[in-house]
Design a protein around this ligand. Structure first.
Ligand code: FAD
Ligand code: NAP
Length: 337
């Protein structure tokens, strides 16, 4: 088992914070987890990292960290209508999308270019441009660190919600996801309802888009709007879009007719966190080593040489300000360590 002691986590977090890990253990197969269990490893606190693209590191990490790098792409079932493919948790998400696009397996093309690994995708039910993981999810395998047994979870057991799942709630810290099986359509199913995708296709004069056209459009839009973590440290959207009572949203909209409201149920609606942050005057804000991205107010950025605590401080100030101005609580999407 490959293990590094007193090592920097700089290459393992997209914010680019240089904190130290006491021990980093690379997990490349399921048997290693069983070995760790048998040696009593899971009786003490530990942490899990995959791509480090949804993490804010605010301090050195004393607990050992498991770096999940389990590979594998296995086609488990195929009919005229769909394929079931099992992906090892350590497979890169975007490479997975490109694999599916190339093979004309429909369903995840709208989630092109999301960083990270597929094993972390169920944790917050990743989503973008009108598609969520749950729309193509079949099942996953996870190691129960309390019993030392592998368990299978189906769609219902994962309790997926908006950027939420069982693994962020009751299952938090109790399971290590080792593989994820997706059910992808072999019959063309394109979802271009999202305004930005429609506009990008119109600009290219594409009226009958292929799966690759949609993936390329998403990649292009994302590259134009979002900072590349290799150049500017960030963890994507720092806050979740709040789901609030319709009456409160309508009250805000009465003073701000430009507020977009997306229905969730009869009584609840989702409103863009980016709008709240921008209206509160934070878009493009810069201080010392950190700031709010100038093109996307949901994205907090690290210009280099700073500390995770500076991002946490900025995020808390934004949270307080938005609550004071709009009476809306912004929840962090990023995991804080
Ligand atoms: P990590 O950051 O390594 O881990 C995230 C959490 O999951 C941690 O709590 C970790 O302990 C836990 N974890 C990781 N792997 C496992 C495992 N195998 N078993 C158990 N627990 C595990 N997200 C979206 O939903 N939509 C987007 O469009 C999107 N765009 C982004 C754009 C940018 C530029 C960036 C930087 C991030 C974006 N994200 C987006 C956030 C992020 O990419 C996703 O949440 C991604 O799924 C995180 O994967 P990861 O492998 O990096 O997870
Ligand atoms: P956008 O298109 O400017 O839209 C702003 C917000 O309005 C989005 O967050 C989106 O919610 C909501 N929205 C827009 N059209 C919608 C529709 N037809 N139905 C329901 N909700 C709608 O957003 P953006 O910032 O450029 O991001 C584009 C997509 O990429 C979004 O889906 C976003 O979630 C995703 N993204 C996520 C991250 C992350 O780290 N989590 C980072 C970058 C981008 P939703 O977020 O629910 O879609």
């Amino acid at each position: 088992m490959l293990s590094e002691v007193n090592t920097s986590l700089l290459p393992y977090n997209t914010f680019g914070f240089d904190v130290q890990a006491t021990e980093l253990i690379k997990i490349e197969n399921k048997e290693q987890l069983v070995n760790l269990y048998e040696n009593g490893f899971f009786k003490s606190p530990f942490r899990v990292i995959s791509g480090g693209s949804n993490l804010l590191l605010t301090q050195n990490i004393q607990e050992p960290i498991l770096l999940i790098r389990i590979p594998g792409i296995t086609q488990k079932e195929e009919t005229d209508g769909y394929v079931l493919i099992e992906f090892g948790a350590g497979e890169n998400w975007h490479a997975t999308v490109l694999h599916c696009v190339k093979n004309q397996f429909f369903g995840i093309e709208n989630m092109s270019l999301i960083p990270g690994c597929i094993g972390a995708a169920p944790i917050q039910n990743i989503g973008a441009y009108g598609t969520e993981l749950k729309d193509v999810f079949h099942s996953l395998s996870a190691y129960n660190i309390q019993t030392g047994k592998f368990e299978n979870f189906d769609l219902q057991q994962c309790q997926f919600g908006y950027r939420d799942s069982f693994f962020k709630q009751q299952g938090k810290g109790k399971y290590i996801i080792t593989s994820v099986t997706l059910k992808l359509s072999k019959i063309a199913k394109i979802n271009t309802q999202y305004g930005d995708i429609q506009n990008a296709l119109i600009q290219k004069n594409i009226t009958n888009p292929t799966i690759k056209d949609v993936s390329d459009a998403v990649i292009e839009i994302r590259k134009s709007k979002l900072p590349d973590p290799a150049i500017l440290g960030n963890s994507g959207s720092f806050f979740k879009n709040p789901v609030i009572e319709k009456s409160l949203a309508e009250k805000i909209q009465a003073n701000h007719p430009d507020l977009k409201i997306f229905p969730v149920s009869d009584e609840w609606v989702k409103i863009p966190a980016a709008w709240l942050i921008e209206k509160s005057g934070w878009k493009g804000h810069k201080r010392s080593h950190v700031g709010v991205h100038e093109k996307q107010a949901l994205v907090l950025v690290h210009y280099g040489g700073g500390k995770g605590s500076e991002i946490q401080q900025l995020a808390t100030e934004i949270q307080t300000d938005v609550a004071n101005k709009f009476n809306v609580h912004l929840e962090f999407e990023v995991n804080i360590w």
